[in-house]
Design a protein. Sequence first.
Length: 739
Amino acid sequence: MPIRPPRLDDRSYQDLLAELVARIPAHTPEWSDPRPGDPGRTLIELFAWLGDTLLYRVNLIPERQRMEFLRMVGLGLRPAAPASGLVTLSPKTLDKGNLKICTINAGAKVSGPPDFETLRPLTVLPVTAAAYHKRVPDTEEQKDVAKLLPQLTRFYQLGNKKAKPYITSATFPMGAAPIDLKAVSVDGCLWLAILAGRPQDVEAAREKLGRDPDSGLRRVLSVGVVPALRSEGGDPLLGGASLRALPLIWELTTGKPKGPALVELELVRDGTAGFTRTGIVELRLPEREFIGAPPNNVMREPDAGVGPRPPRLDDPKVSGRLVAWLRLRPKVSVDRLALQWVGINAVDVDQRRSVTELGIGVSDGSPDQRFALPFGSVLRSSFALQVEEEGRGWVDWTLVEHLAMANPDDRTYSLDDEEGIVLFGDGLRGKIPGAGRRVRVLRMRAGGGIAGNLAAGSLKKISATLVDGSAYTEAVEVVQPIPTTGGTAAESLEEAERRIPSVLRHRDRAVTAEDLIELAAATPGVTLGRIEVLPGFKPQQRREGLPGVVSVMVLPQVGVPEPPNPRPGRHTIEAVYDWLSPRITLGTELYVIGCEYVPLALSVSIELRPGFDRDQTVELVKNELRRFLWPLVGGGPFETMAGWPLKRPVRERELEVVVSRVPGVDEVRGLKVFEQILGGRWRKKAPGTDGTAEVGIKHWQLPELLKVVVVTEGEAPETLESSEGSGNEVAIPVVPELC
C-alpha cells in the first residue's frame, strides 16, 4: 500500500469546540446553558478557531518533509508547458493601394489574455489569400447538373471523355474546419487565390512578389498549414507520414498563354514535417515573369476552369483582384488529403516570453546561494547566465543538472526550471560567486500553463520591430485561425509523489520492459493511450529476435472509437525517443514506433427484434464492432486489457458473437470480412479449413476497422464499393443555380 504521511493532529474546529464545551460541567458547573451567542461560548469558539489554525500549521510539517525528500532524490517538479499556435498578418490598407513589404523580427509580442511571441521572422507580403476547391455537387445539385451535362459536353468538345462537373467552393468558409479534399473535390487539390487589395493593383502586386530590387533575392511566401492527415505512404509501422514527409507539390500559375501553365515552387522550409503537424511552409516565389493567372472571364476564355486549370471564379469582386493561383497537390496517389486550415503571411507563436540581460541579485559570498527568477517554468535550453568578475566583466557560467559532481573552481550552477530558482555551489562542489558581484540572466524564455489554451480569434494585436530595429507601425489585422493548444500546468506535489516508486525502482534508467513503459508514459508534453515493448524487433526490416534491439510502440490517447485509428505524430515519436534515449542501457539499439494497422471492412446482415428501431440498432452494431477492435482502453475482447491484444487474429466467429449481443439483434444471418488491396479496393477474406475467415495479426500490428456495412434484408454483401474514379474524366465548372 502507498506510504501516506500521517497528520500530527487530525482534530478539526468542530472537534475542538465539542471538546471544550464537554469540559464545562467539570470546571464551571454553575454555567448551565453554554448556548451559541453566549459571551462565554463566543470566547470558547475563538479559542477553538485559534487551535484549529495552529494544528493546520503543525500538519504542514510532513508536507515540507515530503518536498525536501523529493529534492534529495532529485525528483523536481516539472514546469508548465506553453501553448502554441499560429497567426496571420494582413495589412489593413491594401484596399487603399498600400503595397509596402515589411520583414518583422522573431520575438514579436502578440497580445492576448496571456501574451504570446512569434518564433521566427516573417516577411509580410501585400496580398491576401482565399482557399477554394472544385467541389463535387451534392445530391440535390446533381439533379440540375444532369440537365446541363449534354450541352456542356458538346460545348467543351469532350468527345469520348467523361465530364466531371464541379462547383467552385470556398474551402474554409466558416474558419478552420477539417475537410478531406480527396473525398469532396474532383481533383484532390487545394487552390489558393492570391489577391491584391484592388483590381488596379494587380500588376503592381505581381511586381512586388518578384525579386527584391534591393537585395536581389527572390521573395519568400509563408504559408500556415493545419493538417488533419492520416498516415499516407511511407512505412506505416514507423508512423508512415509521421516519419516520412508526405510528398506534396506547391505550384504557382504563370498566366502565360504559351509555355508552362504552372511552375513548381522551391521549398525553403517545411515546418509541418510533411503535413504531420501544424506549422509554417516557406516557399520561394519565382521571377516576376512566372507570376500570373490565366483568364478567368468565360466570355474571353471559354475553357476557363476546365480540366487542370484553376477553378473558375464567377464573382467579379474576387476575380478582378486575382494575382495568381497557388495549387497544393499530392505528389503520389493518396486515399485522403485532409486539411483544417491554410493561409498566407502566417507565423507560429507560443506562450513563452523572452527576457534578456535581467539582473537577479548580488552575491554575498556565502555557499549554496539561491536566486529567484521573476518567472517560473523556464525553458532550460534557452537559459544562459553570467556573473560579474573583477577585471573580466560579465563571464558565462555553465548550467549543470547536479552540482554534486562539480569541481571547486568550476563556474557552474543548477536551475529549478519549474519554480525559477538558480542555485550556486558551496566552494567544494562548484565555485561561489565573489562577494558583491552581480548576477544576471543573459537570456531566457519562460512561461506556460493552461491559461494559454485560447479559443480561435483570441489574439488580435501585435507589437514588433523590423529587421532594421525600427518599430513596426503598419496597420495590420491579426487573425488567429485555430485555437492555441498544448499548454499544461506545472506538476503538483501529489503528481510528483506518484512517480517516486518508479523512480526509486528504475533510477531513471530503462532496463526492463516495465521501466520502458513507465518512463515512456512520463514523457513530458505528450499523452499516450497505449505503450507496448517489443524486445528484439527491428522495425525497418520486420526482423525479430535480434539481440540488443528494442522497439517501443506508442499510440496517442484519443476519444471515442472512430476511424481512423490513433497514430503517433512526428512530435510524439520524437518526444518519446528523446526522453528514452539517454535513459536506455549502453549498447541498446532503441526504436520508437507507431503501429502497423491492418485495414479491415465488414458487411453484416442482421434480423431485427420486434419493437426495436432499425437505424438505432444498425448504429449500435457499428459502434460495438468498432469498440471490439479498438486498440486503446475500452476496446478489445477482454475487460482486463487495454485495447485489442497484440498477435491476436481477428476471427469471423468472434465478430458474429459481438453482433449477436447487441440489443435489438434477433439473429445474425451472415458476416463477411474484407481486407484492403492495391488501389484502396476491398477483397473478401477467403474462409479457412473450418469454413470461417480469419485475419492474422502479427505482434507489431493491430486491426483497423475502416468500413462497416449493415443490412437488415437479404444476405451480407459479397463486395464493397471502391472510391477510385476513372482516369478518362475532365473537370468542368457548372453553376446550376444560375443556369
